[in-house]
Design a protein around this ligand. Structure first.
Ligand code: SF4
Ligand code: SF4
Length: 489
């Protein structure tokens, strides 16, 4: 056993789930920052601390209301932490036998900085909402697509977004960004299939870059693609412009083909695989968006192996019902099947622990990068603009625009006219208010909950799945950190 206390944390470099949905931005932080812990205050272990034994020597510790995400400690550090079961001064710890007092003091200071020790002013009630910094917009560059996926909710047509509408859309996004005091704009070039109108993507990104420079805003771009028609010139453009690429891949071979076939019924897997490998060869690392349905749940390990083989970031994204789908409920995996499929995928990840932090995007919309009240950015930092210039709150509501690109502030209009549903904070959801996981799951997608249960202020239909999987996800991240982070400390 090591006598020196060891504490490994791994800060998320960036929240990288580049899927269809809008990432939540503007999470929760302590009202009083915990930068220089006050030694004289009374410190204690937060009541909701989660502990998972990783091996004889190490434990993963996670504070669901804290800022630090998962932390791995060795036995000595765990013993120091336990000195604070009853509140005491930060220097009032019980020094384990043989430990240097200076090491003990440094370790307790570190535990406090990581919110694994809290003083009276820093528990869950003292969290405050941060303002979102990035306004994200889905630009529906075309309503056409070369695939006919089983769960697609777009009522497709051949109609592209025109250059004029595209420029108006980008203008509208920047207007709302400036009025709302955002610091960055993120454009998601989507559809339909964005590569079918790639000239417009190139043109709009150049136009947006000019506006971003003019207004001193950061600009991020991501192309959401099915991956079947990516050409080398497209990939060169993405690399040179630093635009991210997200590709939907639901499995390997027939699993993918059953969910994501061409319009003529032929499977698209070999085309997508070629697109991914071509992207890698051109220096573009795609993010894989893996949608989990009743059919694909049992085949998740193959999809995850595909991503790990190529060291690709990915998200296991649970299917969401939509009225445009013929039999929406039939595609949703029952909870038991979903948990079994996810656990099989986790087992594979455990065998091949990646260097890349996986916890932030492993389980559906769950994000462990910071505590947050909303599952996504709808109504706060998100606009969806269709090919005609209509603006709606969410891409799954694209058929119901609430305003258009000529509005002086489309985001304000969305906030005013949220329609039949709204993005409910987890603190207002029945069943969620006292849940330990509330700031990580945020109660799940409010739109899905409304469609399945008829209510939006209630826990997610996937709640039991989240609760079953979160301890496993934390353990997995702990093992990954033990393998890779310990070498860095
Ligand atoms: S409401 Fe649901 S489907 Fe729409 S962006 Fe949010 S999480 Fe995604
Ligand atoms: S949906 Fe379930 S897991 Fe998520 S916050 Fe609500 S009760 Fe907790």
């Amino acid at each position: 056993m090591s006598i020196k206390p060891a504490i490994f944390a791994c800060a998320p470099t960036s929240y990288n789930a580049d899927g269809d949905c809008a990432c939540p931005d503007g999470g929760l932080s302590p009202a009083i920052p915990n930068i220089a812990p006050n030694i004289a205050a009374q410190w204690r272990i937060p009541p909701d601390l989660v502990r998972t034994r990783l091996d004889e020597e190490h434990t993963l510790i996670f504070s669901p209301t804290g800022q630090s995400g998962p932390v791995v400690v060795n036995r000595t550090a765990a013993a120091l932490l336990d000195s604070f079961r009853s509140a005491c001064r930060l220097d009032g710890f019980v020094l384990p036998a043989g430990v240097d007092p200076a090491d003990g003091a440094a370790a307790t200071q570190r535990l406090a900085e990581l919110s694994l020790l809290v003083s009276g002013s820093m528990d869950a009630g003292a969290l405050e909402r941060k303002s979102p910094q990035t306004l994200t917009a889905w630009l529906h560059t075309t309503n056409a697509c070369n695939l006919a996926c089983s769960y697609c909710y777009i009522d497709k047509s051949a109609e592209p977004m025109s250059e004029e509408t595209g420029r108006q859309a980008v203008d509208a996004v920047f207007r709302s960004a400036l009025i709302g005091g955002f610091r960055a704009v993120k454009l998601k070039y989507a559809g339909g299939e964005a590569t079918l109108n790639f000239k417009l993507v190139m043109l709009l990104h150049a136009y947006a870059r000019g506006l971003a420079q003019q207004h001193n805003l950061a600009l991020h771009g991501v192309v959401l693609s099915n991956g079947v028609a990516l050409t080398r010139p497209m990939l060169d453009f993405l690399r040179e412009e630093d635009i991210r690429l997200s590709i939907s891949l639901d499995g390997v071979g027939e699993t993918h083909d059953r969910q994501r076939a061409f319009v003529n019924g032929k499977g698209s897997f070999t085309h997508v695989q070629r697109g991914i490998d071509r992207a890698l060869a051109q220096g573009v690392v795609p993010f894989l968006s893996i949608t989990v349905t009743a059919d694909s749940a049992a085949h998740l390990p193959a999809a995850v192996a595909f991503a790990l083989d190529r060291d690709l970031p990915f998200n296991l994204n649970f299917y969401r019902d939509h009225t445009a789908i013929a039999e929406p409920a039939a595609l949703r995996a029952d909870n038991e099947r979903l948990v079994a499929g996810m656990r099989a995928a986790f087992a594979l990840i455990e065998e091949r622990l990646p260097q890349r932090r996986v916890i932030d995007s492993l389980v559906d919309r769950s994000a462990f990068h910071e505590p947050h009240e909303f599952a996504c950015g709808v109504g706060h930092n998100y606009l969806v603009i269709d090919q005609k210039g209509g603006v709606s709150a969410c891409q799954m509501e694209i058929e119901r625009p609430l305003t258009d690109v000529l509005a002086s502030d489309p985001l304000a209009e969305i906030q005013l006219h949220s329609g039949a549903w709204k993005n409910v904070p987890v603190t207002e959801k029945e069943g969620c208010r006292d849940c330990d996981w509330r700031f990580w799951c945020a109660g799940g997608c409010s739109l899905l909950t409304q469609r399945v249960t008829g209510r939006m202020d209630i826990r997610s239909p996937y709640c039991d799945v989240y609760k079953a999987l979160y301890p496993d996800v934390l353990r997995l991240e702990g093992l990954r950190m033990l393998k890779w982070e310990s070498e860095r400390h």
